[in-house]
Design a binder for this molecule. Sequence first.
Ligand code: NOJ
Length: 734
Amino acid sequence: MNKVELQKIFDDLTLKEKIYQLVQLSGEFFKSDTLAVGPKQKLGIDQEVVDNVGSIFNVFGAEQLIKIQKEYLEKSRHKIPLLFMADIINGYKTTYPIPLALGCTWNPELVKEGMSNTAEEAAVTGIHITFSPMVDLVRDARWGRVMESTGEDNYLNCEFAKAFVEGYQGDLNPDKNIASCVKHFAAYGAPEGGREYNTVDMSERRLREDYLPAYKAAVDSGCELVMTSFNTVDGIPASGNKWLMRDVLREEWGFNGVIISDYAAIQELIAHGVAEDDREAAKLGIEAGVDIDMKTPVYSNQLEGLVKDGVISEEFIDEAVWRILNLKNKLGLFENPYRGANIDKEKEVILSPEKRKLARKISGESIVLLENNGVLPLSKDKKVAVIGPYGESRVLSGSWAINSNPKDVITLMDAVKEKVSEENFTYAKGCEMIEDKSILGGFGRAVEEEKIEVDPQKDMDEAIEAAKKSDIVIMALGEHPLQSGEGGSRTELSLEKIQLDLLEKVKELGKPVVLVVFNGRPLVLTDVVGKVDAIVEAWFPGTEGGNAVADVIFGDVNPSGKLTMSFPRRVGQAPLYYNEFNTGRPVKTSIHNSRFTSRYIDVENSPLYPFGYGLSYTKYEYGDINLNSDKLTNDSEIIATIKVKNVGSVAGLETVQLYIQDIKGSVVRPVKELKGFMKVELQPGEEKEFKFTINEEMLRFYTASMEFKSEPGKFKLYIGCNSSEVKETNFELL
Ligand code: NOJ
């Protein structure tokens, strides 16, 4: 529809009708009348709002979406179609590994392909927008939502933000693409103590330098929407933060798309203590520039009064409505309100063999080999026992894959059975995933499934029997899927005691043990490292998870995943990240005796496994770094080259990582910062030269005067296989 026609519709809307466009409700309001009574009453939402609402979230399936849109339009005066949004975080029906694992692929191009497949699956069901990517920088493994982020590094997160957005949106083809909503703006990844929904407080310098760039990368990639966050930013909750949304997002970054609140976040301004009541919350939200209120009656019931009483200008409403109408128009909804929704295509596109194939490849690249004393890869003619609750689990997609079906998931047990012969395979669950299921409460659906009778002794005995019959044991352990994700903050990050007891008992048999861990965050594995022969970090690997893990275990895929979050030795190290500051008393170089340096007295500062770390079945030898010049100017470049050789006997994918340290600045600079990487295949015996270009732009930061620029001086340049094993050299910016 052209702008003139759109303007005509806009001009004809009453104030109330405009306001309803700014409201988003969830699916239960539309599925059936009986169901709608509950939430409507609870929220104080009138039927009139439901009939005129602008958007809906988390309704799934073409049939359902077509029906809702049709019924809605029949009643609608201006025939403005509904927008359908949904949480499609790591795949729709074909699920991929959780985003933290996707980060570990260090392969944004591949992830982009995955998200483009996801967009197609969602588009044919009639979904228009996904609440993804989540690009919150994460440094504290206690926070359950680290699973939704690609990790602790700002440079890498920017690369992935772009990949996600481009993958989903493509050219917004109605049958293949959906719009993307980046979240949670801003800095949601830094809640104090790692506690969900908790306060975030940091300097503007840190915010701009580390936390904001990934949202900006998404915006610069054309992301259509931005979702606010639950936390405070400099004392003001993000969902009512004018500076954040009007000054930074709109003014500085030029974002013209739609801003949506997180779930009930505008109403929560009251609990935060910055709004007296719903009326004041609505005022703060709209003045700050939040266009859509997710699932509260705040906008629907308060904005009209605020305008009529002259408290706020109607212009605030107008600008928000105009943006929403434009988005609907851009998605082609006025021409075809059902957009890509197509029941026949849905069957053909979803979980197609090609989609599964790509999911298996992506999962394979996301798996990180943490330990291996040579036991892996396993030979396929050995007798193998898979032991542990994750052997048979179909819940391998993490807590966010709300619309995937566990029945579609390939279990580890089935995948391993396929690699070895049936006679050489045994499985025993061994124990429950978690002893105290009450800690998972409040999630409804998934907890219901847990109400089954258990016999721990029988489980254990069966596991020991299975292990006795085998040459090698694959222990499939990990976190319960609901121990991470939203509302999944933890203060203990070790494996559950029942799982550790099982491991201990199996280990007593003296057979080689390969531990495969399924989890949504870095776990504390310090106490299990010495007890097993290999550790495979599988994360929550998605629909093809079982196959992908088995591919790695049996060497059909050489592991290449590298961590994008540091693994702590002990929980007390959190927050833990590689690009920290030196402090005035660094352990290694301080003039003070070790007691009075910046350290813990009970554990080393370093992580158990650093950022960028991951093993392979082959070995790579790094040569020395060669620079074409060690002097850089504002208009010149330095070319840094390094030779890397595969000195092992199998082909592998290696991620070569470039880090830079600004040794002295007008403000303290990190000990190292990732500035580039390349993932390349090397055949056995093959040597390749990797070439990185260094320019002045890469050295910019927020100086003492808050200008984003570089400062002349000395720099260190590192290239290596992870953030701590590196070759180094120096250069100077003139
Ligand atoms: C709350 C979560 O914080 C957000 O990530 C999600 O998109 C919304 N709920 C909608 O489900």
